[in-house]
Design a protein around this ligand. Structure first.
Ligand SMILES: Nc1ncnc2c1ncn2[C@@H]1O[C@H](COP(=O)(O)OP(=O)(O)OP(=O)(O)O)[C@@H](O)[C@H]1O
Length: 243
């Protein structure tokens, strides 16, 4: 995928779901994976020509695992002139050693979100941007169906009243395969994920299922995504953009 194509997917999401307003100060959540690194570059690119003017600041929540090194990410952010901060935490130790969680991902995500939002708020940001892409939308939908028995996935835009923060997901129209090719062609410095639960989660199960369905019926992900886009699931129903 070209940078141009990434910008066009991003602009479509930002426009259709009114993700950005004049004067926004957006905190970008950068895990160091291909999705959030692409998100940072996408928002930086958009900032150059988008009619609404906004500011950016990227954050990485360090989970405190041994061997974590964000220096390549910091260099990339500097190259693109995106201000960048690493937030140090003990989340890894709390989840795996102190609480010894059987189901670590939920607690980790909650603590990570807390640290990120707090840092964003402290800096004066009013929005946080997350790197969820099309497959994430569909996988979350499948997980809700299988494990919670409900028709649901996360909203393109969420308002957290308590924090007075909005979260936005500008990559939700971007297919994961395009992000993989973008990361490769741009030689993005993907951080190794040192989490012990990496790859053994319910999400991984939903991902495998989706992969299998696509093998058997090509285009499954796009069709499920279209169904979500045209549904009444909270946050997805806009007056325009139905296809
Ligand atoms: N440690 C972190 N610090 C800052 N933001 C994070 C961190 N972990 C996740 N995020 C944000 O939350 C989003 C969703 O998290 P998730 O763990 O599902 O990432 P992912 O699908 O593996 O994406 P990526 O390829 O960016 O790691 C990420 O795209 C990113 O915007």
């Amino acid at each position: 995928m070209t940078y141009q194509k990434l910008l066009s997917y991003t602009r479509k999401a930002v426009d259709e779901f009114h993700m950005i307003e004049d004067g926004d100060f957006i905190a970008i959540g950068v895990s160091g994976g291909k999705d959030s690194l692409s998100l940072a570059l996408a928002l930086k690119g958009l900032q150059r020509f988008y009619p609404k003017k906004f500011e950016l600041h990227a954050f990485t929540v360090s989970l405190g695992f041994d061997g974590f090194d964000a220096s390549d990410v910091a260099a990339l952010m500097a190259d693109y002139q995106i201000p960048y901060t690493v937030i140090p935490t003990d989340i890894g130790e709390i989840v795996f050693e102190i609480r010894k969680e059987k189901n670590p991902c939920a607690l980790c995500a909650k603590l990570r979100k807390g640290s990120f939002n707090e840092a964003a708020k402290q800096l004066g940001c009013n929005k946080v941007a997350l790197g969820h892409h099309m497959e994430d939308v569909v996988e979350t939908f499948i997980m809700s169906l299988l494990y919670e028995g409900r028709i649901h996935t996360f909203s393109p835009v969420t308002h957290w009243d308590r924090m007075e923060l909005y979260s936005i997901r500008p990559l939700l129209f971007t297919p994961e395969s395009d992000l993989i090719s973008f990361a490769r062609s741009m030689k993005l410095p993907i951080l190794h994920n040192p989490c012990p639960a990496n790859g053994f989660t319910k999400r991984e199960y939903a991902k495998d299922m989706l992969r299998q369905w696509n093998k058997e019926n090509s285009g499954t992900t796009e069709r499920i995504f279209r169904a979500i886009r045209n549904s009444d699931i909270k946050g997805w129903n806009t007056d325009h953009g139905l296809s």
